[in-house]
Design a protein around this ligand. Structure first.
Ligand code: ADP
Ligand code: MG
Length: 675
């Protein structure tokens, strides 16, 4: 072992979970399920899987010496709700074990598998473990499963709970550890009939002083920036962690903090400002763990990911504006969107805890104490009660869970939500009248895409454009491919807008994405071409990679690769029709008098997102998603024709419970004319 190994080992041994190692392993030897609660940073994610691996290796060596076949089944799997956590933690653990990432220790996230035949410890997203279960229902490649961050209560983790409860009965040899950062753990224990022991690992928390604002803040981002600058000016040594809600907000805030500190000139020392969010390239993500150059103060501006998923050492000051971006689903209208919403009390307490890991700290809450007491919910609702369950239901069906309504949910979704998801799969043709998966439904579940996008791809050969829809699907599955220069840089911003206009297809954003993909390939995937055209090279490479993976699944499902002749009048028409064939439930109709759009499905008022390339207001648009900020926007929109709706999705558009509205009247006329 290298010197580094021993240095890290000494560090590891100081983590609180090490004091409970024997207690934990002993409990796991005697029981099939163990619930472990530990303060964030106590070493759960990095250490427990290694302990379990060590124990499983010893057990196997004792019972079946020299049996290599048996040895292969020893894998320990540790789930993470967040991709970044799976990547970052596996890298750390590989270093701790002195091995190369991708060999003994690996990770698996959607569209990226960094595990191999040698892998004995794999960190994977909860969604990926669910997918693995569709091919291997008893999870035979694992000897132990660790459900980490169970308090996050993602849909995938919740389904895994139900699934594992069943698997544990058929596999007495399988061990399960449920790990969580909050005391809600009694609920997990109860779910397994109270038989699972509960072990609590106390953290080594120092006191954290909480400071509230006197009044509620009008602009939380501005207020956060001022607070961070104040802390940097007036407070003693220690790093700062600011929680914001998303990539754009974080990048803007980082720039503004740097500018403000710069303006102070020599009055304050320099600071190192580090953004942290899930779409950040892994090499940059790793930066938050490194000490700041020249022992300057580190200011980390992060999404919720730093709340419990990743532990950053050295934080003394936490700035908490009290907001988080999360999925919100309204089953009455059937729309799922990402919204900035107030955090829960439990979240606020977690955030505060981040300040007291290494020394006494301070937590600045940018809301009033009264607001904390009165306005914040005590816990966040589990995701399952605020999600569109379409994709999840496809997976569950494929797992052989026939009765989706009476599944053993820890918290069952609202009846309306269940109904909506079943209805969607039925209209997409994925489920029949009896609620069984159809052949189409089975093919849909092969693709790591939402059901609508999967359907567009599967039917695209019928529209003679599978090559193009494949590229569009790949582009839709990566984050924004446009590079946006910051607000201040007017000249570069103009150049970026100009570049963007060159790719714009006036009939829609889906077609614009296709143009960009084609241009990228025509220019031999050249990074400098991307740079000149304000295109995100990394995003494009990852889209290209996703495209290859989807193409392999298509070939496995015998779906034909084809294109309409470029330049023919039908080239774009066919593409637009194929998109509609999957996304016919996401259509909006222009209300001439107001200029806004109304969704056809539920008559909700929405607006074209400012990023759209459409240069006009089409009468009908198909959209990829709904984002709600100050108002509801539909993003990635393409011009379609009402007549196509009548042809492509008559069963949906004839449905009776569709609201009475102008769009419906227009459609009725179109139907009549057709007859
Ligand atoms: P928990 O899961 O209980 O919150 P972790 O196992 O994630 O705790 O973290 C334990 C320790 O490992 C922390 O001190 C953290 O800073 C350190 N650590 C985790 N990931 C990394 C990394 N990628 N690089 C350096 N240190 C890390
Ligand atoms: Mg953890």
């Amino acid at each position: 072992y290298s010197q580094n190994f021993h240095r890290i080992l000494d560090q590891r041994k100081t983590l609180p979970v090490w004091q409970h190692k024997e207690e934990i392993l002993d409990a796991l030897r005697k029981n099939q399920v163990l619930v472990l609660v530990g303060e964030t940073g106590s070493g759960k994610t990095t250490q427990i899987p290694q302990f379990v691996l060590e124990m499983m290796t010893m057990t196997v060596a004792e019972t079946t010496p020299g049996d290599d076949k048996r040895r292969k089944k020893m894998m320990v799997g540790c789930t993470q709700p967040r991709r970044v956590a799976a990547m970052s933690v596996s890298q750390r653990v590989a270093e701790e074990m002195d091995v190369t990432l991708g060999e003994e220790v690996g990770y698996t996230i959607r569209f990226e598998d960094k595990s191999g035949p040698k892998t004995v410890l794999n960190y994977l997203t909860d969604g990926m473990l669910l997918r693995e279960a569709t091919a291997d229902p008893l999870l035979r490649s694992y000897s132990a499963i660790i459900l980490d961050e169970a308090h996050e209560r993602t849909v995938a983790t919740d389904i895994l709970f139900g699934l594992l409860k069943r698997v544990l009965r058929s596999r007495p040899d399988l061990k399960l550890v449920v790990m969580s950062a909050t005391l809600e753990a009694e609920k997990f224990q109860g779910y397994f009939g109270g038989k699972a022991p509960l072990i609590k690992v106390p953290g080594r928390l120092h006191d954290v002083e909480v400071l509230y604002t006197e009044e509620s803040q009008r602009d939380y981002v501005e207020s956060a920036i001022q607070t961070v600058v104040q802390v940097h000016m007036c407070e003693g040594p220690g790093d700062v962690l600011l929680f914001l809600t998303g990539e754009e907000e974080i990048e803007d805030a980082c720039r503004n903090i740097a500018k403000e500190i710069g303006n102070l000139g020599g009055q304050v020392g320099p600071a190192t400002i580090i953004p942290l969010y899930s779409t950040l390239p892994p090499a940059l993500q790793q930066k938050v763990f490194e000490p700041a150059p020249g022992r300057t103060r580190k200011i980390v501006v992060s999404t919720n990911i730093a709340e419990t998923s990743l532990t950053i050492d050295g934080i003394v000051y936490v700035v908490d504006p009290g907001f988080v971006k999360r999925k919100v689903y309204d089953p009455r209208v059937g729309a799922e969107s990402l919204q900035v919403t107030p955090i829960s009390k439990a979240s606020a307490e977690q955030r505060k805890g981040r300040a007291g890991r290494t020394a006494p700290g301070k937590c600045y809450r940018l809301y009033t104490e009264k607001s904390f007491d009165k306005d914040l919910q005590s816990q966040t609702d589990p995701e399952i009660v605020r999600s569109n369950l379409g994709t999840t239901f496809l997976t569950m069906k494929k797992l052989g869970i026939d009765d989706l309504v009476h599944f053993d949910y820890m918290d069952p979704p609202a009846p309306k939500t269940l109904e909506r998801a079943l209805e969607m799969l039925y209209y997409l043709g994925a489920m029949d009248d009896e609620g069984n998966l159809t052949k189409l439904g089975r093919i849909m579940s092969e693709f790591p895409l939402d059901p609508q996008t999967a359907k567009a791809l599967i039917v695209s050969p019928e529209f003679n454009c599978s090559n193009e829809i494949l590229s569009i699907c790949a582009m839709l599955s990566v984050p924004n491919c446009f590079v946006r220069p910051p607000k201040g840089e007017a000249r570069r911003k103009a150049a970026a807008d100009e570049a963007r206009a060159r790719f714009a297809h006036i009939e829609g954003d889906h077609l614009t994405l296709l143009n960009i993909y084609h241009a990228f390939k025509l220019n031999n995937e050249d990074p400098s071409w991307c740079h000149e055209n304000f295109i995100n090279y990394k995003a494009m490479k990852s889209a290209d990679n996703v495209r290859q993976q989807l193409a392999r699944i298509m070939s496995r499902c015998s779906l034909r690769m084809c294109s309409t002749e470029f330049g023919s009048r039908d080239y774009y028409v066919n593409i637009r029709k194929a998109i509609l064939a999957g996304c016919f439930m996401q259509v909006a109709h222009l209300e001439r008098s107001t200029g806004r759009y109304l969704t056809v499905r539920d008559n909700q008022a929405v607006h074209l997102h400012p990023s759209t390339c459409l240069d006009h207001n089409p009468q009908w648009v198909v959209y990829n998603e709904c984002v709600v900020t100050s108002r509801s926007f539909i993003r990635t929109t393409t011009d379609i024709r009402g007549e196509w709706l009548v042809d492509i999705a008559p069963h949906f558009y004839e449905m009776e419970n569709f609201p009475e509205c102008e769009a419906k009247r227009v459609l009725k006329t179109l139907y009549k004319n057709r007859r």
